[in-house]
Design a protein around this ligand. Structure first.
Ligand SMILES: [Fe+2]
Length: 323
């Protein structure tokens, strides 16, 4: 989810463009909110014109949809404002249609927008990961159980949490008169779209309805305030921890270093293990089994068997250490 810092951006300031990628039907228009230029993964505001019809389809990317205006149908099911779905890659989505038109947030998480007509799941598709909920009507607002906590008056509905990464998709609201006087940063990237309402932030000013940001890790944000309240959709690409402070001008690198020092102080054994030579390796993320012995390909560069703890001379870290 490497995308450049976009903040603030207001989608009402730009026109819709026609979606012309192969497979998508006429009557689909989009505003690009953020995009990973390497993978094509992106977040868009999408307008489906009245009469739009898309046959059953699959995508080779995890995708998320949040209905923000109007109504569409998935098969026979009416999906009103607040309908949210997470569709794992390769899982077939029912026929999508809208009589009077609608607007949705549409997110492709792995690659550029892509679609293939199919009413069957692709081989290996993980249908158990499918989420579909009417988030406005069927879910209660909850006080976040994050610690350190935001000030009272910021509530959340968790739509999805990735089991492995703890990446979140969620609705949040600020009640009228909400304020928070400290500054926050996170170890994860964070994005948000204002479905309704305006909030103020010290660094970036007012963010109105249609406002959006994609914020990489460790960037200061706050203090906050909202006079009339906010309804918004947010996502992170990892665990959402509030690192609160009151130093308005610290840079991301300094914030990151501060967290690294804290990890070394508070979890010295974990820190030492993570820093062990050879653990800074792609398989560190995906290894399993009692001794993590396995073989793999490095994107075609080479393949070998090895045990973690061995120095891998072919990684960037190994190359650096050879110098
Ligand atoms: Fe944040």
């Amino acid at each position: 989810m490497a995308r450049r810092h976009i903040e603030p951006f207001v989608d009402r300031d730009v026109p819709f463009r026609k979606m012309t990628l192969p497979g998508f039907k006429r009557g689909m228009n989009y505003k690009m909110l953020s995009i990973d230029k390497n993978s094509g993964a992106c977040t868009m505001t999408v307008q489906l014109e009245g009469g739009y019809k898309q046959p059953p389809s699959i995508s080779m990317s995890d995708l998320e949809i949040l209905s923000i205006k109007g109504t569409f149908a998935l098969g026979d099911q009416a999906c009103a404002k607040g309908y949210y779905t997470f569709v794992p890659k390769g899982v077939a989505l029912k026929a999508l249609s809208t009589e009077r038109g609608c607007e949705i947030l549409l997110m492709y998480n792995d690659r550029e927008p892509n679609i293939v007509e199919s009413d069957q799941d692709a081989t290996g598709a993980r249908r158990s990961g499918l989420i579909a909920t009417n988030s406005y009507d069927d879910m209660p607002w909850q006080v976040p159980n994050l610690f350190p906590a935001t000030e009272p008056g910021c509530l959340i509905k968790v739509l999805r949490m990735d089991e492995e990464t703890h990446a979140l998709s969620f609705l949040y609201c600020m009640v009228p008169g909400f304020w928070q006087d400290n500054i926050s940063f996170h170890d994860c990237a964070e994005e948000a779209y204002h479905i309704w309402g305006t909030s103020w932030m010290m660094q970036f000013g007012n963010l109105p309805t249609g406002g959006y940001f994609w914020r990489p890790p460790y960037i200061n944000h706050g203090a906050f305030a909202s006079e009339h309240g906010v309804l918004a959709f947010g996502r992170t690409d990892g665990n959402l921890h509030n690192h609160f402070h009151f130093h308005a001008h610290t840079e991301p690198a300094a914030n990151q270093a501060k967290v690294g020092k804290k990890l070394a102080r508070q979890s010295p054994h974990l820190f030492k293990w993570v820093m062990t030579e050879g653990h800074n390796h792609p398989d560190f993320l995906h290894g399993h089994g009692p001794d993590w012995v396995h073989s793999h390909d490095h994107q075609g560069a080479h393949s070998h068997d090895h045990k973690h703890g061995d120095v891998n001379q072919n990684t960037a870290l190994g190359a650096k250490r050879r110098r």
